[in-house]
Design a protein around this ligand. Structure first.
Ligand code: UDP
Ligand code: MG
Length: 332
């Protein structure tokens, strides 16, 4: 007899959320049992300093569906998601914040959209948000920019509640602070059927937010990296090489113009101004130097992109409720 594939994996990254975990587990259990979904919950403890891991241990003893992965230190939400994705074995994978701001009641519909409507990925949209204005307003601008530059029509890129077909999460690599751009990564990996579902959002019940205002600056910087990486990551020479050539040509033309002019003056016995007296001289010098530098940056980029370095070496200290055979496949 073969094992039936599990319907659902819930991946929940958490950093100091001890109060919320029992309630969240209970709620997910109720929803899944009511809808007859077979499931596992993977809590990835991102180096919590409170009693979160102890709470997960207790839960995992009580419920075999609860699994835990513990990081040695706080690596960030992206790292936690990455490791959770590697460990997920459900047909549908749902990510959910552990702070009870995302509503488990959304699970059945998300699962249905992936399974029956053929979406590769469905992103939640917190249409009505229970967050302060200082967070919602910048977030609107942020989503607008992301929509324009990535051409993915989502209203809420950074929603923690998202659903994926299993092979999507196995094909993408979430690192740095890229959790905000998983839809972009998915699209880049070739999964283009990306949907959106309006989801209920709650006020944070316990604890505090783990991201300060710096999230917006970082968010924009990450957006630039995402665009760069998705467009030119595998061929940096295309960007730097063309910019470099352009710069160099501008410089070269300016230099030729100067030289020709000087020769012409000399030929006609007219007293010629010094080449260094012309602004074109400095322009051409700068442009040629910049052009060469850009070209070099392109070459270096090509070298770096060819020697693939494993970025995702996160130190996992403990795992709960996983089989030996599962763990082997979870290596990043
Ligand atoms: N989180 C994490 N590692 C971090 C920061 C946050 O795993 O370094 C988790 C956090 O515990 C929560 C989720 O990511 O489950 C979303 O974080 P938070 O609620 O603080 O973000 P917000 O809702 O304010 O955007
Ligand atoms: Mg939250």
């Amino acid at each position: 007899m073969t094992d039936k594939i599990m319907d659902l994996t819930v991946v929940s990254p958490l950093y100091n959320e001890e109060e919320s975990l029992p309630e969240l587990t209970q709620w997910i259990r109720e929803v899944c049992e009511k809808h007859r979904l077979s499931y596992e919950i993977i809590f990835v403890d991102d180096g919590s300093t409170d009693k979160s891991w102890q709470v997960i241990e207790d839960l995992s003893v009580k419920y075999p569906e609860v699994k835990g992965i513990r990081f040695k230190r706080n690596y960030g939400k992206s790292a936690a998601l990455h490791i959770g994705f590697r460990a997920a074995s459900g047909e549908v994978v749902i990510t959910m914040d552990a702070d009870l701001q995302d509503n488990p009641e959304e699970i059945p519909e998300l699962v249905r959209m992936i399974r029956e409507e053929g979406y590769d990925m469905v992103s939640g949209w917190k249409k009505k948000r229970y967050d302060p204005l200082s967070k919602t307003l910048p977030s609107k601008f942020f989503n607008l920019t992301a929509r324009i530059v990535t051409d993915i029509k989502l209203h809420d890129f950074n929603c923690g509640l998202k659903a994926y077909r299993n092979n999507v999460v196995k094909s993408i690599e979430v690192y740095g602070e890229m959790h905000r751009y998983i839809p972009v990564l998915a699209k880049q990996a070739g999964f283009v059927k990306i949907g959106e579902k309006v989801v209920k959002h709650q006020k944070r019940k316990y604890g505090v937010t783990k991201f300060g205002l710096s999230r917006f600056i970082k968010g924009y910087l990450d957006l630039m990296s995402v665009i760069f990486i998705t467009r030119f990551g595998k061929r940096p020479m295309h960007l730097f090489g063309s910019l470099g050539t352009l710069m160099f040509l501008i410089g070269l033309l300016a230099a030729i113009w100067l030289g020709v002019r000087k020769l012409w003056f000399l030929h006609h016995n007219i007293p010629a101004p010094l080449i260094t007296a012309s602004p074109y001289f400095y322009l051409s010098l700068t442009a040629m130097i910049l052009g060469t530098q850009l070209f070099l940056a392109g070459f270096l980029g090509e070298l770096v992109s060819r020697s693939s370095v494993d970025r995702n070496t996160y130190l996992v200290t403990e795992r709960l409720n996983f089989k030996e055979s599962d763990v082997k496949q979870q290596k990043p």
